[in-house]
Design a protein around this ligand. Sequence first.
Ligand code: HQG
Length: 185
Amino acid sequence: MSKEEKYKKESKFLSLVLRHHPEAIGISLDTHGWAEVNVLIKNMKRKFPVFSLKILEEIVATDSKQRYAFSEDNTKIRANQGHSLAVTLELQPQTPPECLYHGTASRFVESILKSGLQKQTRQHVHLSMDIATATKVGARHGKPVIFKVNTIAMHKAGYVFYLSANGVWLTDEVPPKFLNLIVNN
Ligand code: HQG
C-alpha cells in the first residue's frame, strides 16, 4: 500500500478541514488559509489518536495532487487550492497557456452552455492543463465530458488567470462564448 493510500482517511479529512470546515476539529484559518501546525496536530489527534507531525509531513509529501503546503518556517499549513472558505491565497495573475480544459459531467452541459462555467461553492473555476486530467475531474461528477477553454481570447478580453502552487489553473468564470464542447464520438 502506498503512503498516500495508508493515510487516505486522514488526508481526506485534512482537505475538508483546510478547505471547507476548520471548525470540524475546532481550529481556525487565517485570512490566507493558514492553520497553525501545532494546533492542527493536537486537534487531529482527537479524531485520529496516532496522528503526528511525521504523519502530517508524509501526507503533504506524498499527496498525488500536492494539495497542501507548509509555510516557509514550517509552523503553518494550508491547502493550495479548492477552498469554499473565502481565503486569499495571494496568487499573482499569470498568462495562461493557449488553451485549458474543464472536465464536467454530461448532465451539466446544457446549463454550462447557457450560463458558462461558474465557481459554484468554490472560490474559483478550476481548469486543467490536459484532457486526461480534465477527464478525471469530470468523472468525479458523472459521465465525463470535456470543454476546451479559449484562454487566449479570454486573456485578451481582460479575464484574469491564476496558477495555484500545485499547478491548477484558476479563474473567476468562463462565459459560454469562450467554451467549446469536445465531441469524441
Ligand atoms: C459544474 C478536484 C452547471 C462544474 C479537481 C463542476 C479539481 C456547472 C461542478 C477541483 C456550471 C463544480 C475542482 C453551470 C460549473 N451549470 N454546472 N453553469 N458551472 N459547473 O468540485 O472543477 O481532488 O466545485 O463543471 O481535481 O469539478 O478536490 O469543481 O462539475 O481541481 O483536490 O459544477 O477539485 O481536486 O464542482 O473540481 P467542483 P471541479 P481535489
